[in-house]
Design a protein around this ligand. Sequence first.
Ligand SMILES: Nc1ncnc2c1ncn2[C@@H]1O[C@H](COP(=O)(O)OP(=O)(O)O)[C@@H](O)[C@H]1O
Ligand SMILES: [Mg+2]
Length: 377
Amino acid sequence: MRLDHLSLTQFRSYEQADWPLAGADVHVLLGPNGMGKTNLLEAVSVLSTGSSCLGAEEEDIMQWGKDYYRVRAKARSDAGEEKQIEVVSQRLPRKARACYLNDVRTPVGKLFGVLPTVTFLPQDLELFTGSPARRRSLLNDLLEQISEAFAQHLAVYQKVLRQRNTLLQKIAEGTGREQDLAVWDEPLAREGAAVTLAHLELLKVLQCTLGEEMRHLGESWRDAQLVYERKGEALTQEGIEEEMKAGLLHYRERDLLLKATSVGPHRHDWRMDADGRSLPTFASRGQQRTAVLALLFLQVSYMEIARGEKPIVLLDDVFSELDEERQSRLLEVLGKHQVLLTATHLPPRLGKAMVWEVQKGKLSLRPSALLRSQHVA
Ligand SMILES: Nc1ncnc2c1ncn2[C@@H]1O[C@H](COP(=O)(O)OP(=O)(O)O)[C@@H](O)[C@H]1O
Ligand SMILES: [Mg+2]
């Protein structure tokens, strides 16, 4: 999949912007910090998954003081089929959002995977030592774009979880009844089991070629593994559901004290092991970066196999953080993909790329003569 054109209206720092991307596969968004580079990648993520890759709320991405935003893309599938994707979100007179596929109103769930993306954020460089929230969202973002059923399970799970947590709050305040928790435990366990099962299967698939990918990047660890961390051992929908129901009961007292649900896939985690040891306990920072890069390649190739479409790769401020060898490998592996990357300084050795200068809500193509002289200098 390739974006040919992106337009933004009242999105973050952009009052109105047009970004024509048909001229190249690699696009560099160049500019000092705070100029609006990441905002553009975020706009692509909104079209891809219906939500911000930074986890931002609708009110945060809507331009300050405005009542709506619009993001619209013209894209082309690998087979050459044209697609128009649009998301419009308003704040007033009431909060509402509409999505359009080829100008026909579409539920947000149908948008998932139409414009497949894989995102690499700066915090991903510390993926294995950073917060578990990002590790969980990595699995969820990938699965949502691949499976409509998963996206539905996750949406229902999150909704039921919010309802159960609200009830826990109310019980603490004396306005809710403890016996009503059972109403939420049943659907939470059912949806939670489906989400857990999908996480387990995804890690198993990614794991298949993990060792090979690491070897390509110059790390020959024996037995590199992706390990899911959860309470329980069941491997079937029914089994996980039963374990989760038992867990919800067992930890009810704790949940009541915490006023939050402490059992389920929103609390699960995963890690990478090699030779039986967890990565952060033995791998250098450089080795951890290699592992993260391997994981990026695994996501890209899995997405391509599962969707039959090459994902667009969004790299936010990470390219320049990689050494020469890893940069080359990245460009080699992603050679046939559209890659949109942000940087504060023009990275050398980019090959055929279009460079866009980003200045306070404005986007302009850097003249190629300038680009050449930069290369010579
Ligand atoms: N909702 C919003 N409305 C208007 N401006 C915003 C909004 N959200 C963020 N900004 C502005 O966007 C800029 C940050 O853009 P960002 O894309 O993160 O910059 P960078 O080029 O460093 O990636 C900041 O100047 C911030 O003031
Ligand atoms: Mg940024």
